[in-house]
Design a protein around this ligand. Structure first.
Ligand code: BTN
Length: 253
């Protein structure tokens, strides 16, 4: 019988760590319970998508990892968990900065007016055919006002969006509550509903976007997401499904 854990009841707060995802993974292996949160004021080697680094000013932003054990979810449906997480951050950001232009850039970046406010890194550990544990790593820009060069996407933060700083701990508490609500929906099997909501907030849907697909430049039209989580995009006149490694979109200013 599955019991929904209270997210953050077990909370490990560190001043500094290499990566909360790395540490949470180690804790998950040692048997820390589902719902455990590892949060750090600073990550020396924050991990991003595609082996990139996640940079975040000390004490300014939210960088944390949540240990989940979605044993009820077939690995082929792991994309639904990613959608549930992205939707949760989308809901939080929309609530806090009251912007109408908060979008989910597939697979799970959160953009405000085409600028990236949050990155999500989900790492799964399988046991046989089952998801043994999943680490949900979230980097949300909260109070940072200035960002270095060389980021792959123009950045923003809640403070830049709203014009005042936020209490990072309060933002975490609210996000954990939304995550818990959506995780329960996933447990109840509401994958179609989550996918429809995800598609409703999908960045660039229905417009022609400059993209590079397997090294070739062109215009892609995002149609939605496949039930396995891959991107459905019209490319060179045909609707096809794409993996993250196959498609890259140019930033829009
Ligand atoms: C991305 O590249 O967009 C994903 C960034 C994910 C960063 C978060 S910060 C907390 C957690 N710990 C990590 O090392 N990475 C994730």
């Amino acid at each position: 019988m599955f019991e929904l854990p209270v997210f953050g009841k077990n909370l490990i707060h560190l001043r500094e760590v290499d990566s909360t995802n790395r540490l949470a993974q180690a804790y998950a292996k040692e048997g820390e319970p589902e719902g455990t949160v590892v949060v750090a004021d600073f990550q020396a080697q924050g991990r991003g998508q595609g082996g990139k680094h996640w940079e975040s000013e000390p004490g300014q932003n939210l960088t944390f990892s949540l240990i989940l054990r979605p044993v009820f979810l077939p690995p082929a449906e792991a994309g639904s968990l990613s959608q549930a997480v992205a939707l949760s951050v989308h809901e939080l950001v929309s609530e806090l900065i009251e912007s109408t232009d908060v979008r989910i850039k597939w697979p799970n970046d959160i953009l405000v007016e085409h600028k990236k406010i949050c990155g999500i890194l989900i790492e799964n550990q399988l046991e046989g055919q089952k998801l043994k544990s999943t680490i949900v790593g979230i980097g949300l820009n909260v109070n940072q006002l200035f960002f270095g060069d060389g980021l792959n996407y123009p950045p923003t933060s809640l403070a830049l969006g709203k014009g005042h700083p936020f209490e990072v701990k309060a933002v975490l508490t609210r996000l954990l509550s939304i995550l818990s609500k959506n995780y329960f929906l996933l447990y109840q099997g509401a994958t179609n509903r989550l996918r429809e909501e995800f598609e409703a907030h999908l960045w660039g849907k229905g417009t022609q976007l400059p993209a590079i697909v397997m090294g070739e430049r062109g215009l892609g039209e995002i149609m939605g997401v496949h039930s396995d989580g891959r991107l459905l995009m019209k490319w060179k006149g045909t609707i096809r499904v794409f993996d993250l490694q196959e498609v890259k979109f140019m930033p829009i200013s």
